[in-house]
Design a protein around this ligand. Structure first.
Ligand SMILES: [Zn+2]
Length: 321
């Protein structure tokens, strides 16, 4: 799919710079729809059924394909699919979620937007998390540290069940000797399994250097198109210095999970919290917070809808829509 992508979106032109500006730009449904159209079809309308690029606009934000006649709306097939809430409220929620450095809890979102129910705010945050990591995201490159860490305070959802630690695979780019680049995080099915090698191969571009601990399974990375370096605890005096990037990401992640969520995360939802953390970490140096608003909206119109039934787990709070 050829799309004209805005490589360097400009504050005040491509996205709002302040809350005030966001409210001015997106005060009504029409302006929200037009913005979503720009993000979803930057090179002009493309029919989701036949890929034709000629269409007529009908009322209420619908497009009718000039070739196959299909009617489509810019929100169809996105996380805004069939939403009954005004888009301006969604935009305000996305602004709130992206303009705070560490994110918001469902209670915070509920209070800020005046939602009647906690469950609605909870469901919105989960929908947005699913848009935070693009499936076609770029691979990490350069020098990348890969290791596993354990995240505690995760419950399996059963009443009275003790919380447990879950293995999480971390890959982080090292830039120079002290700086970190982008990160990727995934829950590991089993700690210390070959899955960590597969994870590395999934998220790191071939030709890069992968740095790991001395675990023998990682040695095969050298035969998989990578330069593999490793440090064993034996030849490193301080275990924290073995993979300093992973160590730093792991401690920031744990602090963020505790600080943002204030309670145990269910194991089922941990992958989505990891996605949110990845989204925030990889944009931590963005000069304008509005850029995160822009990116999240852009990804939201390119993310499949997630009906509430799919979000609900029997042990989660009941969701009332
Ligand atoms: Zn068509």
């Amino acid at each position: 799919m050829d799309q004209v992508v805005v490589a360097h979106p400009v504050v005040g032109v491509d996205y709002p710079g302040t809350y005030q500006q966001m409210r001015e730009w997106f005060g009504d449904e029409r302006s929200c729809l037009e913005y979503l159209e720009r993000l979803r079809w930057p090179g002009g309308f493309v029919c989701p059924r036949c890929d034709a690029e000629r269409a007529w606009r009908t009322g209420r934000g619908l497009w009718m394909c000039a070739v196959c006649g299909r009617k489509t709306s810019v929100t169809a097939g996105t996380i805004f699919h069939r939403t009954r809430t005004p888009l301006s409220t969604w935009f305000a929620a996305i602004w709130f979620v992206t303009s705070t450095k560490n994110g918001v809890s469902a209670t915070g979102l509920q209070q800020n937007l005046g939602f009647g129910s906690y469950e609605t705010a909870w469901a919105w945050l989960h929908k947005l998390r699913r848009a935070m990591v693009r499936p076609d995201r770029e691979l990490l490159g350069g020098v990348v540290e890969v290791d596993e860490t354990f995240v505690g305070g995760v419950s399996d959802g059963r009443d009275g069940a003790s919380t447990d630690k879950v293995p999480v695979m971390v890959a982080v780019e090292r830039v120079g000797s002290h700086k970190l680049g982008r990160v990727r995080l995934e829950v590991a099915p089993l700690p210390g399994s070959l899955e960590a090698v597969r994870f590395a191969a999934r998220v790191v571009a071939p030709g890069s250097t992968i740095s790991t601990d001395g675990a023998r399974m990682f040695r095969r990375l050298a035969d998989m198109g990578y330069t593999h370096t490793f440090v064993t605890a034996y030849n490193a005096p301080d275990p924290e210095k073995v993979l300093p990037g992973v160590h730093r990401v792991a401690s920031l992640l744990k602090r963020w999970l505790i600080g943002t969520l204030h309670y145990a995360v269910s194991a089922q939802h941990l992958p989505y919290y990891l996605d949110e953390y990845t989204f925030r970490f990889n944009r931590r140096t963005a000069r304008a917070r509005g850029l995160l608003f822009y990116r999240l909206l852009q990804q939201a119109v390119n993310t499949d809808p997630h009906p509430l039934t799919e979000l609900i787990h029997p042990t989660d709070p009941p969701v009332d829509f």
